[in-house]
Design a binder for this molecule. Structure first.
Ligand code: OSB
Ligand code: MG
Length: 369
């Protein structure tokens, strides 16, 4: 296929509720949709997950726009591509900027799957027909409030609950939750809010039978996590500090994690995500699909990826309605009894809803070969 045209749609969407983590609060979401077109007019869609501010990682909406517009699109236009796995090699002269790369690579994967009359999940080697999903809940005003929010999601059937923690809002919060839900598959995500000086907190958290604890230490650390893992029973799951298969190899070799959160955007695309999946399968390390508060296009990519066989923990991909009054795909994503059906339509398997996309569009750029 030859990429003849790329459109960048700048959308602004507002989440129903703000999402609060140890690094900050998010409610307004500016983001880019990348639409690629081949020589026959087929299209593929991708979504950038960078936030407005560099709080989760160093990328932002604006840096993604710059990198995609000024570096990645020129590398791709008029290129003959046989398989989307080639895209990461084409982008390799550009250092990092993984979210920018993933947005455009994802669009090429969707296009490739459509051209070959395949669901994206199948093009990636997915095997699950339904994926088990959980929900990630931000910091709330009080433990009581958190318990009532958790109750609603448990009643809605979500298979695993993840809650955010931060210094001052950890042991008491987890202990209250455990008391209210003794059997619940529960985990905590610190988003890098702690250091090795806090080791006593993690020793205490060990008694609450958490499925895992996500990214307790530095966002770019692998070494300290291995020291912490040696001191605690609860499995450590790495999110922020895994940017590539190389990072995964180091983390497993050092014993820094027993579980890996795979986010397509954080690792630079579906090809790298799949490599990480395959390597972890070989090493007996379970993985699950993380989330970045995506709109429908990004959510659809996550569902396709999570259909691969080593995605054995429920991921953070919840129903569209958990985030948005109105999503940008048809049908919207629905989790029923904690499962999402992997779509069987070609490509991402959901139709971009052009009307809602237009409604949320602030700006549009078009690049032609
Ligand atoms: O650390 O997994 C995270 C949201 C924004 C940034 C980072 C994270 C999250 C989530 C929510 O936990 C995942 C989702 O529901 O999309
Ligand atoms: Mg996380």
């Amino acid at each position: 296929m030859i990429i003849k045209k790329v459109k960048l749609h700048h959308l602004n969407m507002t989440m129903k509720n703000s999402f609060v983590t140890s690094f900050g609060s998010i409610q307004e979401k500016p983001f880019l949709l990348v639409e690629v077109m081949d020589e026959s007019g087929n299209t593929g869609w991708g979504e950038s997950t960078a936030f407005h501010a560099p709080w989760y990682n160093e990328e932002t909406f604006q840096t993604n726009l710059h990198i995609i517009k000024d570096f990645l699109i020129p590398l791709l236009l008029n290129r003959n591509i046989n398989h989307p796995d080639e895209v990461s090699a084409i982008f390799s002269p550009i250092r990092k900027n993984n979210m920018a790369k993933a947005a455009i690579e994802g669009a090429v994967w969707d296009l490739y799957a459509k051209r070959n009359s395949l669901p994206l999940s199948q093009a990636l080697g997915g095997t699950f027909k339904n994926i088990e999903v959980g929900v990630s809940i931000g910091l709330q005003k009080s433990s009581d409030e958190l318990i009532s929010v958790v109750k609603n999601y448990v009643q809605a059937g979500y298979k695993r609950i993840k809650v955010k923690i931060k210094p001052g809002s950890d042991i008491s919060l987890i202990s209250a939750l455990r008391e209210a839900f003794p059997e619940l598959p529960l985990m905590a995500d610190a988003n890098s809010a702690y250091t090795l000086d806090d080791i006593e907190i993690f020793r205490q958290l060990d008694q609450y039978n958490l499925l895992m604890i996500e990214q307790p230490l530095g966002y770019d650390d692998i070494v300290d996590h291995s020291k912490l893992q040696r001191e605690i029973k609860t499995p450590i799951c790495l999110d922020e500090s895994i940017l590539s298969l190389e990072d995964v190899k180091k983390a497993i070799e050092l014993g820094s994690a027993k579980v890996i959160n795979i986010k397509i955007s954080r690792v630079g695309g579906l090809t790298e995500a799949k490599k990480i999946h395959d390597y972890c399968l070989e090493k007996n390390i379970p993985v699950w699909c993380g989330g970045m508060l995506e709109a429908g296009i990004g959510r659809a990519h996550n569902i396709a990826l999570a259909s691969l066989p080593n995605f054995t923990f429920p991921g953070d991909t919840s129903s569209s309605s958990r985030y948005w009054e109105e999503d940008i795909i048809t049908p919207e994503v629905v989790a029923k009894d904690g499962y999402i059906t992997v779509p069987t339509g070609y490509g991402i398997g959901y139709e971009p809803n052009l009307e809602s996309i237009k409604k949320f569009t602030e700006n549009l750029w078009e690049f032609k070969a």
